[in-house]
Design a protein around this ligand. Sequence first.
Ligand code: GDP
Ligand code: MG
Length: 598
Amino acid sequence: SDQSLIRNFSIIAHIDHGKSTLADRILEMTQTVASRDMREQLLDSMELERERGITIKSQAVRVFYEAKDGQTYQLHLIDTPGHVDFTYEVSRSLNACEGALLVVDASQGVEAQTVANTYLAVEAGLELIPCLNKIDLPGAEPERVAGEVAELIGEDPESILIISGKTGQGVREVLEQLVERVPPPGGDRSAPARALIFDSEFDQYRGVVAYIRVVDGVFRKGEPIVAMATGSEADIDDIGFFTPAMTPVQELSAGEVGYLITGIKDVTKLRVGDTLTNKRRPAEEALPGYREVKPMVFCGLFPINNDDYADFRDALEKLSLNDAALAWEPETSDALGFGFRCGFLGLLHMDIVRERLEREYDLELMATMPSVSFEVTLTNGEIVEVHNPSDMPDPARIQEIREPYIRASVLLPKEYVGVVMELCQERRGEHAGMHYLSAERVQLHYDLPLAEIVLDFFDQLKSRTRGYASLDYELLGLRPSNLAKLDVLLAGDPVDALSMVVHKDKAYEIGRNLTEKLRKKIPRQQFDVPIQAAIGSAIVARETVKAYRKDVTAKCYGGDISRKRKLLERQKEGKKRMKQVGRIEVPQEAFLAVLELG
Ligand code: GDP
Ligand code: MG
């Protein structure tokens, strides 16, 4: 195809500002999807995305647009996720583009991920096309929000498009601007072929499906290719683009975005960030890949059924292909058996991965408390990284513990500055600056321990500001803190999977809250179960789950068999997510009780 008629762009915005809906309108207006097949947020094709109403994976679609100049342009549109946990996903998509549509909800204004994603796009050197969306809403405030956007990107407020992804108002003008302002892709069609794998997924029947952006040359069906980093070789079985259905073609050339299938089933052989080239006429230099992402939050995942361990490993391998930010290593717990310690970019990411593993790979998993990773200097000078609280060395051997700190950026209406500062102080935050985006909106910076925001900071922020504050953060590095390991003992035995690392000043309060929460979550047994929280040998809190007195069926007197059976069935149901820990059956909720500590 004619390279000068190609335009590659991403749609970026804060969560819920209308990216996926705008993508719907573009698919509809360009007749990419027949109207009978149209449905809302069409590109959110994963079951989980539809249920939760959020975009998790970027989607790349090709549409043809006949512009006012009479030419038909080939547009590659990438819809991206908006949540802070998926920033990495966004930055990879931006790398495959020359332009970005910046969507801002005209009834809300500039929010934390509006700012973060704008910076990413500017860093990637993209042409930005800002649009005020949801102009159809009665609460829309286009003048105020145009002012905020203009301030952010340093452009004239007059030049900002005013649109509605819902009604379609202004969407044609968006496409006109795209065609006019976003440059066609560079790259040399006659040079040796090079393509960047910017995403991939595993198809049970076809093996690895690599999502590629061709930078130079041409990739043709049947030709042999090499992945430059891994050295893997294969022939191209199938190549094509998304509409969003996979549509095969004979070739993809410089500037085009699409997919490529080789029949390779080993997911380690085609990695995201690797460069593909032609085996017969290889390129000399690989394309710059992606920076490694470091997982920030860790938890143990254990199959409920121990026989599922091998399937679980296999599922992790395949899912990692579609989720480059997921990290994992084997973990053995005295309480929970064999599993994996998994690393995530945040709590939403953790939640999504666990659900995808269960749904897409048919596993039943038990998750332990999330925690951050620590760096510990031992008294002998050795430095160790600790991903799991239960691996924290003996206090007598520890010289210093360092924990990850983040720089949080909170965007909020000025009347909430006081309550948010208070929340940040409670969470060991240090004020790091503040500035006004407009007369009404403020950007507040705080340095906080990641551990303090991992749990319920976001929920607290939302509830204390009635939903008006938004949060973005970036890792600052490690700082020393006065930390200690808090152990939990059930019936006198320490349960490794319940250990957590806490700030010493908060140890008593957390210990008390935690034992209290656990008391409510651990079902009664035939004997009393003491629950203790301890730091080293010092018990800081204690509760008891009293033994039950009666058989559960005792209250179903006499012959009512069906009612009795129902009760037993219900009890069995409730037992599903339980793990036998010593003599005690511990339900899943107990391991996540820490999430409710706030
Ligand atoms: P995303 O998270 O940025 O992809 O946002 P979605 O496209 O999923 O939209 C979030 C919500 O805003 C959905 O309920 C949409 O129906 C709604 N929405 C999106 N665009 C518009 C619009 O232009 N007008 C109105 N009234 N609602 C919209
Ligand atoms: Mg979306």
